[in-house]
Ligand binder design. Structure first.
Ligand code: PEP
Ligand code: MG
Length: 604
């Protein structure tokens, strides 16, 4: 990143806000490894030395990564998997071997050779269709940046920073972010919502904006920066008026945070006495402490596939058992809903060093042949195709069931027969545990995720077979409106308030209650304050979301009247279009929740 002399012209930029919070602070530019030059090397002895310099830099990088892994093991246990992936990448043939080859073939220095190797890897990644896998190139670059630092002897982050600053770089790795606590925030040129760095920033509560394409040359160290981690807005050297506006917003944000925090430990109950459950969605078991700090009344969705996605090899039964047991014990007496392996579609294995073996390579081959992965061998379809792996997971879950209150949730169920098949596998696993004399809770609730339109249509039949439903609106909206949830071209058509979506939710709630079972929601819609009156009015019994949203949703619930939101839902169900629904809802929000929705903020 080139340095530029500070000028006081105000510049506004738009990136992707990945971790909320408003920061006003000076910029500090960080350039991993500093700028490097091309150096020609003529004699063979010096080339061998250059190769050895590179090997040593890789070794030192590995050593430091292992130290970071140890240091943060207790606080961020599950992110160890991310660091493991980075350690593996250090030895990736495409980077490690290729750099050594280029040093000799082109008679150049290690920095330059690695940069060339990286360029080749980038070209290969750019050809991959899947945006998730394409995004993993960021990890490769982060690893390369660390090696560059070792080659130059520079630190990734300055050792001591006197004041709180906004750190600015082409990119920061998750390891860098772990060292950032106490800093105001950060912004980067690279990155997207799904990057590991974004996940770590959100978990640590460090406001961040990524994917700011225009940073290069437009920000200098010491420039005054306004960073809005929710909207992705960044303003450099703001004029007085804008600065005052954001100082005001910052105060409001902090005040709101304090005000809303008071709801953390209050019961989610309406003013007329209707009680519902507010729970947490977790990707990693290590996030459980955070879930209860935010006032979760249980775990409504544990996305168990991340145990597979983040690990080098498939976790075995013992590792799964230990993870589930600890999770259940930590949450007791609250229930933990573990969703079985929902892999495929947009959740595939990250690119890794070396060749995949066994089941992984089989899966990768199958997936790469799929024209429509979202409609392909995903979630329960995959589990039924690979019963060995499914049974291992179920066995681990059932063994853990005596340590707390377990609910098992099956994703992407699309028919009655499929559900019957799943239940047969569960019965088989229970039978074997009994035969082996291994204890497990005889009573474990089984549930179905309602996220495929066919499951909505036959919800009454499915309801007779299970103990609860959980509506996955992320996928239900994608499949019913035919909008790829990861495709930015059609993102504007992704409409949670589409009459079809509301009617489907209503139909599912009706079928569940008719059969006397509970129905919750665990899609992102549950975390949005503006949808709460609609969902509550439609009759949902529980709401599961990322932990920081919990106090906000509890506040909405405690300011709602069940009789009133039910009437609202009835009126919305009669609307012909999303526009009509939105208008009615906006009017309702400003009348009934003026704190959360002052009339002048509703246009967005
Ligand atoms: C959903 O589809 O709404 C859901 C919660 O599952 P995921 O986002 O993991 O697909
Ligand atoms: Mg889903």
């Amino acid at each position: 990143m080139t340095m530029r002399k500070s000028v006081d012209t105000e510049i506004a930029m738009q990136g992707i806000g990945v971790s909320p919070g408003i920061v006003i602070a000076r910029a500090l530019l960080v350039e991993p490894g500093g700028a490097f030059k091309k150096r020609r090397i003529s004699d063979d002895g010096s080339l061998a030395l250059e190769q050895s310099r590179f090997r040593h830099a890789v070794l030192r990088t590995e050593e430091k990564l292992r130290q970071v892994r140890e240091q943060f093991a207790a606080v961020m246990a599950d992110y160890a998997a991310i660091i493991d992936t980075h350690i593996l990448m250090l030895r990736d043939r495409m980077i490690f071997d290729r750099t050594l080859e280029i040093i000799v073939a082109e008679k150049i220095n290690a920095e330059w050779a690695m940069d060339k190797a990286l360029g080749q890897v980038e070209t290969a990644f750019a050809k991959v269709d899947d945006p998730y896998i394409r995004g993993r190139f960021l990890d490769v670059r982060q690893v390369a940046d660390r090696i560059l630092c070792e080659l130059s002897g520079a630190d990734m982050l300055p050792e001591e920073i006197d004041e709180q600053v906004v750190l600015v770089a082409r990119d920061f790795s998750p390891e860098d972010i772990l060292h950032m606590t106490g800093q105001a925030g950060f912004l980067t040129e690279m990155g997207g919502e799904t990057s590991h760095s974004a996940i770590v920033a959100k978990t640590l509560g460090i406001p961040a904006v990524v994917g700011l394409k225009e940073v290069n040359g437009r920000i200098s160290s010491n420039d005054l920066i306004i960073l809005d981690g929710a909207t992705g807005r960044v303003i450099v050297n703001p004029q007085e008026e804008l600065l005052e506006y954001y100082q005001d917003r910052q105060r409001q944000y902090q005040q709101l945070h304090l005000e809303v925090a008071q709801y953390t430990n209050l019961r989610p109950e309406t003013t007329d006495g209707l009680q519902v459950r507010v729970e947490a969605n977790l990707e990693m078991a290590g996030e459980i402490g955070q879930a209860f700090e935010y006032g979760a009344g249980g775990i409504g969705l544990f996305r168990s596939e991340y145990l597979y996605l983040g690990a080098r090899d498939n976790p075995d039964e013992e590792l799964l058992f230990a993870t589930y047991r600890d999770l259940l014990a930590a949450a007791a007496p609250f229930p933990v809903t573990i969703r079985t392996f929902d892999i495929g579609g947009d959740k595939q294995f990250p690119a890794k060093a070396g060749k995949s073996s066994g089941f992984r390579s089989k899966m990768e081959k199958q997936w790469s042949a799929e024209a429509n992965p979202a409609l392909g061998l995903r979630a329960i379809r995959y589990c039924l195709r690979e019963p060995g792996m499914f049974e291992t997971q179920l066995r681990a879950m059932l063994r853990a069931s005596s340590f707390g209150s377990l609910r098992i949730l099956f994703p992407m169920i699309s028919s009655y027969c499929e559900l019957r098949q799943v239940k047969e596998v569960v019965a088989r696993v229970q039978e074997r545990l009994r035969a082996d004399g291994i204890p497990f809770a005889e009573r474990v609730d089984l549930g179905v995720m309602i996220e495929v339109p066919s499951a909505v249509a036959v919800a009454d039949t499915l309801a007779r077979e299970v103990d609860f439903f959980s509506i996955g609106t992320n996928d239900l909206i994608q499949y019913s409106l035919a909008i790829d949830r990861g495709n930015e071209q059609v993102a504007h058509m992704y409409e949670p308030l589409h009459p079809a979506v509301l009617r489907m939710i209503s139909q599912v709630v009706g079928a569940a209650h008719q059969a006397g079972i509970e129905v919750g929601i665990c899609g992102e819609m549950a975390a949005e304050e503006r949808y709460l009156p609609v969902l509550l009015g439609l009759g949902l019994d529980s709401f599961s979301m990322h932990p920081p949203a919990i106090p906000y949703i509890k506040r909405m619930i405690r300011q709602s009247r069940a009789a009133s939101v039910e009437r609202l839902a009835g009126r919305l169900l009669a609307c012909a279009s999303a526009t009509e629904i939105r208008e009615l809802l906006q009017h309702y929000l400003s009348r009934h929740y003026p704190d959360a929705f002052p009339a002048d903020t509703l246009a967005s």
